[in-house]
Design a binder for this molecule. Structure first.
Ligand code: NAD
Ligand code: UD1
Length: 311
């Protein structure tokens, strides 16, 4: 049994991770400011510290006495980083530096597993994108995520913090908030289709994403904590399968047994990545298993939760 801090543990990915850590018998503390997460997402057995990762003292206190830290807290939205540049930077990069800094002050330094993002590949067309593909970040969110990776190398090389990062592609599943305008596309499509409203696709609907089911993501986070790897390595978390937004809308409509109307809005090429598909080979070689939940199966599970959670 170990003691783990999960920053952002009340959010979509964090709450699934907390559930899994508790099921494995660990003690879990969560640091979260509830800005997008919800305390209802958190099982009773986890301790919640209400605080801001951008506050170094709050992070240092939460880190004290922990055996490891999963750092997931972020303003996880490309759109938000456009609307609120300074605050997203404070949280997404500043918060990550605070986590590394607190981790390095322990003796020995506390291992950190953190969420980076596939969004940092930006408009690099070399799909499927391998970890060695050149990052070409288009937005502030992506620049901050790339900078987190650089600082992770500093944490490792200069301060001896064992650290592993995951470039998550588009993660989906139960508990992804369907209500915020900044929500992920799958939860937005589900809520619009269930109300009989047309879904909005940006551009021609041929934008492509690599959708990864949450259950598959969690297994890498936990494995990386128990088999620490040298050199602040980063891994794609992806399936290698491309799905266009039009295909996605059709599939969600089919599973919900509803007609899907499509509404197009002009594309936003300055921020919207056209093709995002990852190469999972390095991930599979290191961890020995794949993200193998099919989009259809993952959407079925998500839909079951979505239906049950509607008033
Ligand atoms: P989420 O918004 O559901 O969760 C983020 C959590 O962090 C929330 O509980 C929120 O309240 C908390 N938080 C935000 N700002 C905070 C602050 N200043 N202090 C403390 N807590 C704060 O998002 P998610 O989808 O679960 O994303 C988790 C991580 O994974 C993020 O780092 C995100 O950038 C990364 N990521 C997500 C995806 C995806 O597809 N969902 C893809 C790539 C990377
Ligand atoms: C998502 C994550 C981000 C992560 C990145 C990794 C969310 C909210 N964001 O960003 O944290 O770093 O993946 O690659 O999960 N779209 C529509 N119609 C809509 C909404 C969206 O066409 O109503 C399009 C968007 O233009 C985009 C695609 O769907 O092309 C996916 O959008 P979204 O789910 O917001 O995710 P990303 O921007 O890819």
């Amino acid at each position: 049994m170990a003691r783990y801090l999960v920053t952002g543990g009340c959010g979509f990915i964090g709450s699934h991770l907390v559930e899994r850590l508790l099921a494995d018998g660990h003690e879990v503390t969560v640091l979260d400011d509830l800005s997008s997460g919800k305390s209802e997402n958190l099982p009773d057995a986890a301790a919640l510290i209400y605080g801001d990762v951008a506050d170094p003292l709050a992070v240092a206190e939460a880190m004290s006495g922990q055996d490891g830290c999963f750092h997931l807290a972020a303003i996880a939205s490309v759109e938000r980083s456009r609307d609120d540049w300074a605050r997203t930077h404070q949280v997404n990069l500043g918060g990550t530096i605070n986590v590394f800094d607190a981790a390095r002050r322990a003796d020995p330094p506390i291992p950190v597993v953190y969420a980076s993002s596939a969004a940092l590949y930006g408009d690099n067309p070399a799909v499927p994108l391998s970890e060695s593909a050149e990052p070409r970040p288009l937005t502030a969110y992506c620049v901050d995520k790339l900078a987190c990776e650089h600082y992770a190398r500093v944490a490792d090389r200069v301060h001896g913090v064992p650290v592993v990062g995951f470039r998550l592609f588009n993660v989906y599943g139960p508990r992804q908030s369907p209500i915020s305008p900044y929500s992920g596309v799958i939860s937005l499509f589900m809520s619009r289709i269930s109300r009989g409203e047309p879904v909005t696709v940006f551009g021609d609907g041929e934008l492509v994403r690599d959708f990864v089911y949450i259950g598959d993501v969690i297994q890498y986070l936990t494995a990386a904590m128990t088999q620490p790897l040298p050199g602040a390595q980063v891994f794609n978390v992806c399936t290698g399968t491309a799905t266009s937004l039009k295909q996605l809308a059709r599939l969600v409509g089919e599973l919900m047994e509803k007609d899907t109307g499509l509404q197009s809005t002009p594309p936003a090429p300055e921020r919207d990545i056209r093709v995002s598909v990852g190469d999972p080979r390095r991930l599979m070689a290191e961890f020995g298993f794949a993200c193998d939940t099919s989009l259809r199966d993952g959407l079925r599970k998500t839909l079951k939760w979505y239906t049950a959670s509607q008033p």
